[in-house]
Design a protein. Structure first.
Length: 320
């Protein structure tokens, strides 16, 4: 079953990605669940395992059937930036421990698609090495600690009509048409991002996800999907030995108005966190509109330790 990961060696970043517009040439910036980054810093892979290699400069290496291949380095490794309409997390719930998490599991149902296909929307759950929230234009990438790594489960929607296009996996419609899609992501502030192959989804699909550490402290498994289709990414990175930050969030990039958000509410359910082989009972700290900007009356709320609800609300009236 999807949640049986003992036979798989790894796991940390899962992403549900929705939607991409007709294939356009890659532009200078690509939207991700963390914000915009230079297009040459985002990679898709069907490889077995992903590593970060520092020899000769930071870059991803991937393994397929035991053969390791180095991916091209970012021309500008610290290339995270914002382009156009504000990008960043517009609502999030956070919980942290003093040591490290060993796993994050849960479920989410795919909501209705946005009324408009402009911009990019991400619903994400994941673990991070440091407490950092990309909240908007004025949010700089932290220089301390020197390594910021993220492993997430993300449900996203993206649309055409803007000058910034991602690789096929990040926009609406999906890689091959108008649908939601699911992917696993490993994002770093030093070397961009890499994601697994997509799983096509439709509104109402029930997704289960598992982000878990193998006995090797640096090895993580990212596994998510439905009962009929799943996506997996194995991340082997010594910098991920300590992952003390857990987040669930709504993120947007180049979404101009309320019509760019899902037409129905969404919930993360059956959330479970483990730290040092102990089940944690999180007291989620919820922050709405950290940048002070809202598109609708979207509101994230915690219903105990295991459920987070996202209500989209109605369009906000223009200020006079």
């Amino acid at each position: 079953t999807i949640m049986n990961v003992r036979a798989v060696r790894a796991g940390l970043l899962l992403v549900v990605v929705c939607c991409q517009a007709p294939h356009l040439a890659r532009a200078a910036a690509t939207p991700t669940p963390f914000g915009f980054v230079d297009a040459d810093c985002v990679h898709g892979t069907g490889a077995d395992t992903v590593r970060i290699t520092e020899t000769g400069g930071w870059h991803f290496t991937v393994s397929a059937k035991g053969q390791w291949t180095a991916l091209p380095r970012c021309k500008n490794p610290n290339a995270w930036r914002e382009v156009g309409v504000a990008a960043g997390w517009s609502a999030y719930a956070a919980y942290n421990v003093s040591t490290t998490f060993d796993s994050l599991t849960g479920a989410v149902d795919v909501p209705e698609a946005p009324a408009a296909s402009s911009g990019h929307v991400f619903l994400l759950a994941g673990l991070q090495t440091a407490a950092f929230v990309p909240a908007g234009r004025a949010t700089p990438i932290p220089s301390v600690p020197p390594y910021l790594g993220m492993l997430q489960v993300v449900l996203s929607w993206g649309g055409g009509g803007h000058s910034h296009t991602s690789q096929a996996s990040l926009q609406y419609p999906g890689d091959s048409g108008g649908y939601w899609s699911l992917k696993a992501w490993f994002i770093t502030a030093q070397q961009g991002a890499i994601h697994s192959e997509e799983v096509a989804l439709k509104p109402g699909d029930h997704i289960m996800f598992n982000i878990s550490r193998a006995p090797d402290a640096a090895l993580w498994l990212l596994h998510a999907g439905t009962t009929t289709a799943t996506t997996t990414l194995v991340v082997d990175d010594k910098h991920l030995a300590l992952m003390p930050q857990a987040y669930c969030a709504l993120a947007t990039a180049d979404v101009p108005d309320c019509a760019g958000l899902p037409r129905s509410a969404a919930s993360f359910t059956d959330l479970s966190l483990k730290s040092e082989n102990t089940v944690k009972i999180p007291q989620w700290r919820v922050v709405n509109a950290p940048s002070g900007r809202r598109l609708c009356d979207e509101q994230l709320t915690a219903d105990g330790a295991r459920t987070l609800h996202l209500d989209i609300g109605r369009p906000r009236k223009a200020e006079t």
